[in-house]
Design a protein around this ligand. Structure first.
Ligand code: HEM
Length: 192
């Protein structure tokens, strides 16, 4: 979620497009809820694009081969511990056009990301069983933050997008941003 807001701060046109979509589909008389999410295609694209560039688990979870096998010409003996480098796959220029660019529009047709090239939740039998719940929670939080608040960087400089070290892709520097209630949402926010 921190990466998504950071990316949107550096791409105000995408933030504006997401807000326009939320205003059109949800309005300003009620808070966005779970039933709105399927209508918010651009918001879904932002989430996919954020998870493509900054997968929360860049190496997924360790797996162990249950029998001898050959993967892409490499022989893998039974019992080998295997890591899948989702971060590299999801930034591979052979698989993605302008691979390192934040471009949620790439998901708008609904076909991009098929097969095994987008795998923030893993794939197959041991894929994340909480993927739907995870995506919903992220959509609700990011969508609500965009619906309710105007977001700005703290200065002229772009938000720092450097990655820290760790198994779950932290930012090198925590996000610091300015936000204020959107004028059309003040009344609703004051009821909380
Ligand atoms: C944005 C949120 C989430 C992300 C990005 C995420 C990502 C992942 C990834 C990458 C794996 C490993 C898949 C693999 O190695 O092939 C995984 C496994 C798993 N996740 Fe999630 N997850 C999320 C939310 C959740 C939630 C909400 C739950 C439970 C309610 C959950 C439960 C699990 C479990 C139990 C596994 C192990 C599955 C197995 O080994 O069979 N996850 N998740």
């Amino acid at each position: 979620m921190e990466w998504a807001i950071s990316l949107l701060l550096n791409h105000p046109e995408a933030m504006h497009k997401a807000w326009t979509e939320i205003t059109a589909e949800v309005g300003q008389d009620k808070f966005l809820d779970e039933t709105d999410l399927p209508k918010l295609n651009y918001l879904q694209s932002i989430i996919s694009e954020t998870m493509r560039l900054f997968p929360p688990a860049p190496l997924l979870l360790p797996h162990e081969s249950s029998e001898d096998c050959v993967v892409c010409g490499y022989s893998v003996p039974q019992g080998t511990m295997l890591f899948v480098n989702a971060w590299t796959i999801q930034r591979d220029p052979k698989l993605w056009e302008e691979a390192t660019r934040f471009m949620p529009e790439r998901f708008e047709g609904g076909e991009e990301g098929g097969g095994c090239k987008l795998l923030p939740f893993g794939v197959g039998r041991r894929a994340c069983p909480g993927a739907n719940l995870g995506r919903k929670v992220v959509g609700l939080v990011i969508g609500s933050l965009i619906q309710s608040f105007e977001w700005n960087r703290i200065g002229e400089e772009e938000t720092d997008m450097r990655e820290g070290t760790g198994l779950t892709m932290p930012k090198a520097e925590p996000l610091v941003a300015l936000y204020s209630p959107r004028p059309g949402m003040v009344n609703l926010l004051s009821t909380i």
